[in-house]
Design a protein around this ligand. Structure first.
Ligand code: YSA
Length: 330
């Protein structure tokens, strides 16, 4: 074949090629070492006269370069086409994958647990259905004691299996203190987050179903100063900044002295926890000698902490089931 015919047939072949493999076959047919059309032409140049060599040599080399370059381009095109089939087209609008996320109350609980764990507090669980004894009596709140009115109670119709005791939905996490002290010797420090229930009027800061985190530190010389220090550390870490805190004297039958702690939010004080030094009657009830062991305890309102942290004005939003509210925490 002369150069002109080789060129024509090459362009026809390239036009017909559909895949990278076709291009490779064309490359072998024209540039193959043994029988490639261009290779044969180049090889035959040595047999030509000097005059013909001067003309044919450059023309044949030019055609070879042209063929090489066309093959490279077409091979590249087929290669990127085949890659496109398996890769993502970043010019297409994305589809947002709908992932779940942690509920803000769970997040706050995790944060609180994390901080107390770093202060060497152990995590303890307790039952939501509780015996009257643990929710009230063992906490120095006997039957007919006026302090029982502080906790409007959901009573269960069923009684406990073994001792025919009255059962209730726990009104606070404080019964966990008793359960733990009954089975453990001091010194120790624990926290116990959990759900509590109160049969009371609902408003922007009160729910009938909410969460508390109980804390108890027991040792030989634990004092109010230790409580103030631990709570101060906790508040600083939880809010990531100084917050305005107020300790108020208060009454809980299971502590002496007792306090309530408020935090200032938007120029108003919000009560966030009850606390105090564990009452000697409670200590005696679990066979701890009050002359040796002292401890502080507290019960904080999880929803109130979440409200302050995320600037939420109404506790009912947490339980509204309104996904627009929940998705803000995504
Ligand atoms: C006190 C002394 C201790 O040694 C240990 C714990 C306590 C706290 C006590 N057991 C208690 O329940 N106190 S409390 O009734 O004042 O509730 C504690 C916190 O729960 C409150 O400060 C508030 O933050 C939150 N809380 C109370 N009622 C609520 C509520 N949060 C939402 N809805 C309600 N209805």
């Amino acid at each position: 074949m002369d150069l002109e015919s080789v060129k024509r047939s090459f362009y026809k072949d390239v036009e017909r090629a559909n895949t990278g493999d076709d291009i490779e076959k064309i490359r072998i047919a024209y540039l193959g070492r043994e029988k490639g059309h261009i290779t044969l032409i180049l090889r035959s140049i040595k047999d030509l006269s000097l005059e013909e060599k001067r003309v044919m040599g450059p023309l044949a080399n030019e055609l070879r370069q042209e063929i090489e370059s066309i093959l490279r381009i077409r091979q590249g095109e087929f290669h990127s086409l085949s890659r496109e089939a398996t890769t993502i087209d970043i010019t297409m609008p994305g589809e947002k994958a709908s992932l779940g996320h942690i509920h803000p109350l769970t997040q706050v609980e995790n944060d609180i647990q994390g901080i107390f764990k770093s202060l060497n507090f152990a995590f303890i669980d307790g039952p939501e259905i509780e015996k009257e004894h643990y929710n009230f009596d063992a906490l120095n709140i006997p039957l007919h004691h006026p302090a029982r009115d502080m906790w409007d109670t959901f009573w269960l119709k069923t009684k406990s299996a073994n001792r025919n005791e009255r059962l209730l939905l726990r009104t606070h996490t404080s019964p966990v203190q008793i359960r733990y002290m009954e089975t453990h010797k001091p010194p120790f420090q624990i926290i116990s987050p959990g759900r509590v229930f109160r049969f009371e009027a609902i408003d922007a800061t009160h729910e009938i179903n909410f969460h508390q985190v109980e804390g108890l530190m027991m040792g030989k010389s634990v004092s109010v100063a230790n409580f103030k220090y631990v709570i101060g550390l906790f508040l600083k870490q939880f809010f990531g900044k100084e917050v305005e805190v107020r300790f108020r004297p208060s009454y809980f039958p299971f502590v002496e002295p007792g306090f309530e702690i408020d935090i200032k939010i938007k120029n108003k004080w919000l009560e966030v926890m009850g606390a105090g030094m564990v009452h000697r009657k409670v200590l005696e009830g679990v066979n701890y000698d009050p002359e040796i062991w002292q401890g502080f305890a507290f019960g904080l309102g999880l929803e109130r902490f979440a409200m302050i942290k995320y600037n939420i004005h109404d506790v009912r939003l947490f339980y509204s089931g309104d996904m627009r509210f929940i998705h803000q925490f995504n």
